[in-house]
Design a protein around this ligand. Structure first.
Ligand SMILES: [Zn+2]
Length: 476
């Protein structure tokens, strides 16, 4: 081979190597762009609000119920601009949230993931080169469509909340709050929805962030405090005359009814205010506080549901006896969220073990591959098995022979506690509560908390609504 031809070959090798290097650099830059567009900071950049909802390369993924109903999706308007659509309008508004005026709910918390695509990289590059968007990953929630619908429709025109949780997993099956809003039109009606003079706070998710007087549902907590002070022994006796006077403050039983001679089971199932007020003033105060705090009062609730409200319980040595008496029956300054009451009855349904509540089940690519999945997670044991056995007996008596015995729960076995909570000095305005759980023959359980603001007796309003929700869950 001549010197010249050798030089020519070497030159050609250099040219090819340089070409490969250029191609390589271009590819790296191209891929880097994908990675950069996908970075959390880039998507959440406050100066880039369009990216926070719709990305240039990825079409925001859909959101589904656990049983496959699409409850949020991206569509194109007549000008072929992307828009977010909520086919069920108000039905899931507080759980799913919205995009348009900022973001809230699962839309906000999973925005980054919905704007990621896990279809193959070659398909993504191909879409990019042909000017098409790649489909974003979809979010599957834990909600059951028919159960949510029954809760929503059952609440009707009342303000309030319903939350239902599967006790052995912590999956949120239904979550409704009213007043509500239509996330499809939130941008149009924003000023109206957020008008504080109307004071309806439709954006507030009362199920997790409401602060309500617990009323008689709190007798569950008082009962546990009593059991703990007496080493699990439920010996108790009280002769109810329809009212009790503590420090010149008179506490009445419902409709001034005299319940007569009662043991603890009877006092609980009758929801006897006089017996519980008497029990309360004789309880060790520090022990009462310890029990409430063991049951997650004055604590940020565990789980993954967003901005939950801390429940409040405060008594001490300086608290007057009349306030202690009111506190024992769920009045006084105690406040709870429906979520918190639902978690307490969930723990009772699950042999004392509390599972952390969650509502995001899994992310799935447009090709059907699971990208990530949330598994049930235990928080810990809130109650001993002995306490659970006692409470089960009492909560069963509420339904079979107590304040909720007129409610038709169908073929389901139901354990519960009603509540009628005063929230103003006018005793005719009361919130209607029901907390409890149902089980079918196979042992599948569902825990629930229902509050209907200003509705009246728990047994007349909240408990029948719980029955509708249970029936939708088990039989639809
Ligand atoms: Zn009574």
């Amino acid at each position: 081979m001549t010197k010249n031809s050798k030089r020519t070959i070497r030159k050609e090798i250099y040219v090819v190597a340089a070409l490969f290097a250029i191609i390589f650099i271009v590819m790296i830059a191209y891929l880097a762009r994908f990675v950069q567009v996908g970075s959390r900071d880039f998507i959440y950049n406050a100066y880039n609000s369009r990216f926070s909802v719709f990305a240039d390369d990825v079409s925001r993924g859909a959101i589904y119920t656990a049983d496959g109903h699409v409850i949020a999706k991206t569509t194109l308007d007549s000008d072929r601009n992307e828009q977010r659509e909520y086919p069920d309008e108000r039905l899931f508004c507080h759980a799913i949230g919205y995009v348009g005026k900022g973001m809230s709910g699962l839309e906000a918390r999973y925005s980054f993931d919905l704007l990621k695509s896990h279809i193959s990289l070659s398909d993504q590059i191909n879409n990019n080169l042909t000017g098409q968007k790649s489909p974003g990953d979809s979010l599957y929630t834990t909600f059951d469509y028919e159960t949510q619908k029954a809760a929503y429709e059952g609440l009707g025109m009342y303000d309030g909340a319903v939350i239902a949780i599967e006790p052995d997993t912590g999956k949120v099956i239904a979550m409704v709050s009213k007043p509500d809003y239509d996330p499809n039109t939130i941008s149009i009606y924003w000023d109206d929805i957020t008008d504080e003079s109307k004071n309806n706070s439709a954006l507030l998710n009362r199920a997790i962030a409401g602060a309500y007087p617990p009323g008689s549902t709190f007798k569950i907590v008082t009962t546990i405090a009593y059991l703990r002070e007496n080493n699990g022994n439920d010996d108790f006796s009280y002769n109810c005359k329809g009212s009790i006077e503590v420090d010149d403050y008179k506490i009445h039983c419902s409709s001034n009814k005299s319940h007569g001679q009662e043991d603890l089971l009877k006092a609980f199932s009758n929801s006897c205010n006089s017996a519980y007020a008497y029990m309360g003033i004789n309880l060790d105060r520090a022990g009462f506080v310890d029990t409430a705090e063991d049951l997650l009062f004055n604590t940020t609730l565990p789980g993954d549901l967003g901005n939950t409200k801390k429940s409040k319980f405060s008594i001490d040595e300086d608290t007057s006896e009349s306030i202690i008496a009111q506190t024992a029956i769920g009045q006084g300054s105690t406040t709870v969220s429906p979520l918190h009451m639902c978690m307490i009855v969930s723990a009772i349904a699950n042999d004392g073990n509390l599972m952390k509540p969650y509502m995001a089940e899994k992310l799935v690519s447009a090709e059907g591959d699971i990208v990530s999945e949330n598994k049930p997670e235990a928080y810990g044991k809130l109650l001993s098995s002995e306490e659970v056995a006692t409470l089960n007996e009492y909560m069963e008596a509420v339904v079979s022979d107590g304040t909720a015995d007129s409610v038709d729960f169908g073929d389901l076995k139901v354990y519960g506690k009603t509540g009628t909570a005063e929230y103003t000095t006018d005793k005719n305005t009361t919130h209607s509560w029901f907390v409890g759980y149902a089980t079918d023959d196979d042992g599948n359980k569902l825990a629930i908390a229902v509050i209907m603001e200003g509705a009246g007796y728990g047994s007349k309003y909240a408990a029948p609504l719980a029955a509708k929700v249970f029936n939708a869950y088990y039989f639809n």
